[in-house]
Design a protein around this ligand. Structure first.
Ligand code: ATP
Length: 371
């Protein structure tokens, strides 16, 4: 099947000025979000940031306190969940224990009084798709966690929803199975060309699955973008920390000329080219750089390198992570590929360089958790 690319598709779901209060506490603050037809969207953020509430409002299990939810441009706020062409896969699978796998998958179709032959064909097709063609007669108790989750997925797809919502669907699985299921989920979504919206607090899951990620914090969207956009161009220290490892080095702005800046880090001055994004006009800043963008220089380059002492070395498989102490006592991480030269010894002082155009500057916040 030829599936249009998600980036040029029309929005299927839009949230306009959506807010949700529980009593006096605001779970979701004014949210505007446009979900494209055929995309795999992840809602990512720490516990309590409002991800599940957002998903439940799209499903119709919760009503927004304010704002509109549109499907193909039509306000569906007043539609009950069963009237929406949307279905949800839950974390705990929610399978019917007394029914077989096939009966579970066909349940929604039976309730809708579809002909038996149609149900049988559809159930077989779905079970084959999720790799459980030979388990139709089993009861859920006779399946592994991963198999149960596949049944839940097949059941949620049975009535051909336009949008599938997934609420932490893989969190009960062990790490290995979880990775395998992430790949399967992504393949199924791509094959069906359906819109999937997943809630997760696991950054690697969001990076693996999603075409775009919505990073949320305290009920607010902190940033929306493709995994690469968020990783390479985080909009705030919060996003930088939440997606991947980030060094955030406190510094002061000494001089600026477009994207060329001179910073004071402790007593050392450092001149850098800053990647996209503006240079904040304040003095107290955070210099953001990914561990793999830091360089070990063979010698000091006055004005362009920092002395740093090797505090520890951590083996991470693909790379070795050096923890380095800067003169102002800030600890930074530098990732060295294994095939490089001999790593420096513990206690050694090295010269730290910055890959040009890979650093960003943020305003130093008193609470940089604010998104
Ligand atoms: P988690 O990853 O822990 O599930 P989340 O990001 O999905 O978190 P939500 O479950 O959407 O967050 O909750 C957002 C906020 O709303 C939290 O402060 C939560 O305590 C509150 N909340 C959620 N559901 C209710 C409810 N039914 N009644 C009152 N408060 C609620």
């Amino acid at each position: 099947m030829l599936v249009p690319s998600a980036s040029d598709a029309a929005p299927i779901i839009e949230l306009r000025g959506v807010e949700k209060f529980y009593g006096a506490s605001r779970a979701v603050q004014t949210m505007d979000l446009s979900v494209r037809q055929g995309e795999f969207l992840a809602l990512l953020g720490p516990s309590g940031c409002g991800k599940t509430t957002t998903l439940r409002m799209i499903a119709g299990f919760e009503a927004p306190t304010k704002g509109d939810i549109l499907l193909h441009g039509r306000d569906i706020k007043a539609d009950p969940p069963y009237r929406r062409p949307v279905n949800t896969v839950f974390q705990d699978y929610a399978l019917f224990p007394h029914m077989t796998v096939a009966e579970n998958v066909g349940f929604g179709l039976s309730v809708a009084r579809r002909p038996r032959a149609e149900i049988k064909t559809r159930v077989t097709e779905l079970l084959t798709m999720v790799g459980l063609g030979d388990k139709a007669g089993r009861s859920p108790a006779q399946l592994s966690g991963g198999q149960r989750q596949r049944v839940a997925l097949a059941r949620a797809l049975a009535r051909a929803p336009e949008v599938l919502l997934l609420d932490e669907p893989l969190s009960a699985l062990d790490a290995h199975l979880r990775q395998q299921m992430q790949i399967e989920l992504k393949q199924i979504q791509a094959r069906l060309g359906l819109t999937f919206i997943i809630v997760t607090h696991d950054q690697s899951e969001a990076l693996t699955l999603a075409d775009r990620i919505v990073v949320m914090n305290h009920g607010v969207i902190a940033q929306i973008g493709t995994p690469a956009e968020l990783y390479d161009s985080p909009a705030s220290p919060f996003v930088a920390r939440f997606l991947g490892a980030a060094n955030l080095i406190p510094c002061r702005l000494a001089e600026r000329r477009d994207h060329a800046v001179t910073l004071a880090i402790g007593g050392t001055s450092l001149s850098l080219d800053i990647a996209g994004g503006s240079v904040p006009a304040t003095q107290n800043l955070l210099l953001c750089v990914r561990p793999e963008r830091l360089l070990l220089l063979p010698e000091a380059k006055p004005g362009h390198s920092l002395p740093a002492r090797v505090e520890s070395r951590i083996f991470l498989g693909l790379v070795e992570r050096l923890q380095l102490r800067l003169p102002d006592d800030t600890i930074v991480n530098l990732d060295l590929p294994h095939r490089g030269a001999m790593p420096p010894a513990l206690g050694e002082t090295i010269h730290l360089g910055f890959e040009p155009g890979t650093t960003r500057l943020f305003v130093a916040e008193t609470n940089d958790d604010s998104g």
